[in-house]
Design a protein around this ligand. Structure first.
Ligand code: CAA
Length: 389
């Protein structure tokens, strides 16, 4: 029985900082960002947007197309959680009007948790025939002026997981890899990640080699059996390096720029202008591929590599389903990204430095441009969300 992604929807902030602006403020060469790491813009959440509002905004278009009462599982994947106890999916559950007969938990393992959610959701869906909603949502935040700063970003992907999916039927075989390493982490008392940047890229590539080796052995498939490749995207140049490495490991001739562009290019468009969205990032790449491929991808097998620092990784694949195109939300995503507001450097720094109230008092947040949901304020340490449609 086929299971996999029935619908997929991407949402990001309505605000961004152009990396030309950041380069000027840091005295850096813009080409280091645009070519060296492959990023042009980074999405910045305004003070009334957070992982919950982004996740709910990503999910709403999906819920408008289905009967929500079929959803019996909500998995919220994030590494920028807003509460040490309560799962993010519970806030989203109310905002989205989901049925009370539902399981809901939050999953964490850096950027890998979206894939853990997908695998767990498929197991439940296979057993019950019901539907699962995955919400992968993150804000990537590093210290101002640090090497990680130009790789910040934010975004959320919502995925409906069902039997006989309309978008991607996921194959059974997976290569998996876990190792206790300190390449990137965020202790509970910090709101910015700590990272050993160069080391993290080496661990990423090693995890790719390990998972790919297993995937090949288990599936009997080779590099040539996969039509396109989606990688976890901390920044787009990382995926290009990963793909070059995978091709080499698989005994391919050195990839030409044309082949690299063909096999990978369409997966990178959204990330290049929104930045890292951690748990959502791999699936932002998948949405980008589906929305931008000019050819019909029906029947094509796609390779997916998920990497979460710390680290856990997985290489798996899936087949794009016949007639997938009318079920995409490409038009929503185009409108959002084309209609964004550019921030000045000062506005970016002001938003970055704005402290979140922790005194337990009542605070109302100024209204910025958001999707259909916003964080209206906080009172008695409780976040207050509202629907603004
Ligand atoms: N024109 C063109 N290219 C230029 C350039 C210029 N003017 N100046 C520099 N470059 C190139 C460099 O040659 C280098 O290329 P190579 O990687 O091919 O050698 C590239 O730009 C980057 O330059 P640096 O190596 O000097 O960059 P850096 O040390 O300042 O930072 C980074 C790079 C370590 C990736 C940093 O951005 C970082 O720490 N990022 C956060 C961590 C991260 O994203 N890690 C990825 C793997 S971990 C993961 O995937 C999980 C996750 O989501 C975080």
């Amino acid at each position: 029985m086929k299971t996999g992604i029935d619908l997929i929807s991407f949402y990001s902030s309505n605000y961004y900082l152009d990396l030309k602006t950041l380069a000027a403020a840091r005295g850096a060469d813009y080409n280091k960002y645009a070519i060296g790491i492959g990023q042009e813009k980074m999405a910045i959440p305004p003070p009334d947007e957070d992982i919950i509002t982004m996740a709910a905004s990503a999910a709403l278009p999906i819920l408008q197309k289905i009967d929500p009462k079929d959803i019996e599982l909500v998995l919220f994947a994030t590494e920028s959680g807003i509460d040490q106890s309560k799962a993010g999916g519970l806030f989203a559950h109310r905002l989205l009007g989901l049925p009370s007969r539902c399981r809901s938990v939050e999953l964490k393992e850096a950027c890998y948790s979206g894939t853990a959610a997908l695998q767990m959701a498929m197991a439940v869906v296979q057993r019950t025939g019901k539907k699962a909603l995955i919400l992968a949502s993150d804000v990537a935040r590093y210290e101002l002026g640090s090497p990680g700063e130009p790789t910040q970003g934010c975004g959320a992907v919502a995925m409906l997981v069902t039997r006989d999916p309309r978008i991607l039927a996921v194959d059974l075989e997976s290569g998996m890899y876990t190792e206790d390493v300190m390449d990137f982490w965020r202790p509970n008392y910090r709101d910015q990640a700590l990272v050993d940047g160069k080391y993290s890229t080496r661990v990423y590539l090693n995890a790719l080699a390990e998972t790919w080796k297993q995937y090949q052995e288990l599936s009997g498939r080779s590099f040539a059996d996969l039509y396109r490749f989606c990688y976890h995207l901390p920044f787009t140049r990382m995926a290009e390096k990963a793909h070059e490495r995978l091709a080499k490991t698989s005994g391919q001739e050195k990839l030409s720029a044309k082949a690299l562009q063909e096999q990978l290019g369409d997966t990178l468009h959204y990330n290049r202008i929104t930045g890292n969205s951690y748990a959502a990032s791999l699936y932002v790449g998948l949405a980008s591929l589906l929305d931008h491929a000019t050819e019909d991808l029906s029947g094509k097998r796609i390779g997916l590599f998920s990497y979460g620092s710390g680290c856990a990784a997985e290489f798996f694949s899936g087949v794009i389903q016949d007639g997938y195109r009318p079920h995409l939300f490409a038009e929503n995503q185009r409108k959002l990204l084309e209609g964004r507001t550019e921030l000045t450097y000062q506005q970016y720094e002001d938003i970055y430095n704005l402290p979140f109230p922790t005194d337990g008092g009542k605070h109302t947040f100024a209204q910025y441009r958001t999707g259909p949901f916003r964080l209206a304020g906080v009172s008695e340490h409780k976040r207050l969300y509202e629907k603004i449609l």
